[in-house]
Design a protein around this ligand. Structure first.
Ligand code: GLA
Length: 392
């Protein structure tokens, strides 16, 4: 029996069976289509996707599975079952002209996708199940969006270009839940590859696969189980400050900026927060490229150093960390066999990602369980595949 602090993925087959059973019990007939989409953990490159930088995420084995069938009405009826219980929502199809964001809040992730799906959406019933922890900074939102989109593709018998699909799901998140996210989450959730991280160029929207070395090292994710406000004012504010820095430098985004440009902002005595955000972005984009190179040649020591540097500038310059994440990283740093640790994703709570020798994992967990002030959950991040249609 695993300790309760370990989150173990349920697996596609079990989630699919559960979703199909709930569908039959709820709608008194069988689902005709099914889709799955994973969560993600970002190895490095945070708060740079909306500056057109580089990011290096992996898709997780933890999944959202959606099953559904057309219902010959002009409504969509959706049931969602997750760690926060069972919830239901009914809303009109887009062609009714009445599809708007609203309560219940979780349904906006589904509605946004339905509203942005290319082509006609006919009324459907759906059941969503997931073993992804919510609010852990592991992209449960993008997972629901991309899984829903993939179900609509299955129902419509269509295949949308994957980059276009990620962009439409990002647009859905901007318009319905109202979160001005970058492209990273929807991109990796759509296009993740087993055994690989994806180096995504958030300007060209091209990506290259970076093999994750097998063997004696693994990626451990630790969920702090705390969530400070992210969708409130903080994330949009960081995004606006980065945009301000780019404008001051005369660039479309900070992707074009160098450390010389940051010095220029300092000389011009620009707003201190704007300067700090720009410095993080410039350094983090460079680190992410270097990290991908180091991973390719198996230089895990260097990867680990870059993890720590990334955490420091996310904490001190971007100011998106929190005491719980800082404590996890500080503990990890003192454990033999840990290469590096950092907060991952949007921050303000959520999760840390740690590159660690397999032989050191149990010791690291024990240290964290005895010293971390909160209640952690451990997830082993085996790099997994992105979204797919499922056979039922
Ligand atoms: C959230 C957003 C992403 C990205 C990360 C930070 O997860 O959805 O677009 O900006 O924060 O890297």
């Amino acid at each position: 029996m695993p300790a309760p602090t370990d989150a173990v993925s349920t697996g596609e087959t079990s989630l699919l069976r559960r979703a199909c059973d709930i569908f039959v019990a709820t709608f008194k007939r069988s689902a005709t289509a099914a889709a799955a989409a994973p969560g993600r953990v970002n190895l490095i490159g945070d708060h740079v996707d909306y500056c057109e930088g580089y990011v290096l995420p992996v898709a997780l084995p933890f999944l959202t599975v959606v099953v559904g069938a057309h219902n010959d009405t002009s409504s969509c009826r959706v049931v969602s079952v997750s760690d926060s219980g069972r919830q239901e929502a009914t809303f009109p199809i887009p062609s009714s002209g009445q599809l708007k964001p609203g309560e219940p809040a979780w349904s906006n992730y589904v509605k946004g996708v339905v509203a942005n799906f290319p082509g006609t959406v006919k009324g459907f019933d759906a059941v969503i199940v997931s073993d992804l922890p919510m609010g852990a900074g592991l992209s449960s939102s993008a997972s629901v969006e991309v899984a829903t989109f993939t179900l609509l593709e299955a129902l419509a018998g269509s295949n949308v270009d994957p980059v276009k699909k990620a962009q439409l799901c990002q647009k859905a998140e901007h318009e319905f839940p109202g979160m001005p996210c970058g492209i990273m989450d929807q991109y990796i959730v759509t296009m993740g590859k087993k055994d690989h991280a994806l180096l995504i160029d958030c300007r060209s929207l091209e990506s290259t696969q970076v093999p994750i070395p097998h063997g004696d090292t693994g990626i451990l994710v630790i969920n702090t189980n705390v969530k400070h406000q992210l969708t409130g004012s903080e994330y949009p504010q960081r995004r606006a400050q980065c945009q301000k820095a780019a404008e001051l430098l005369g660039f479309p985004s900070l992707r074009d900026a160098t450390s010389e440009h940051v010095e220029d902002l300092k000389r011009r005595k620009c707003d201190l927060d704007v300067i700090r955000r720009a410095q993080h972005v410039v350094e983090e984009i460079r680190r992410t490229e270097e990290c991908a190179k180091s991973l390719r040649v198996g230089d895990l020591e260097r990867v680990g150093e870059l993890f720590y540097e990334s955490h420091e500038t996310l904490r001190d310059l971007m100011e998106v960390s929190c005491p719980e994440l800082d404590q996890l990283v500080a503990i990890a740093k003192t454990v033999d066999g840990v290469y590096g640790a950092r907060m991952t994703g949007g921050g303000f709570g959520g999760s840390a990602v740690i590159l660690v020798k397999n032989a050191a994992v149990e010791h690291l967990k024990r240290r964290i369980l005895s010293e971390y002030k909160g209640t952690p959950t451990f997830l082993v991040a085996v790099p997994s595949d992105g979204a797919r249609k499922l056979n039922i």
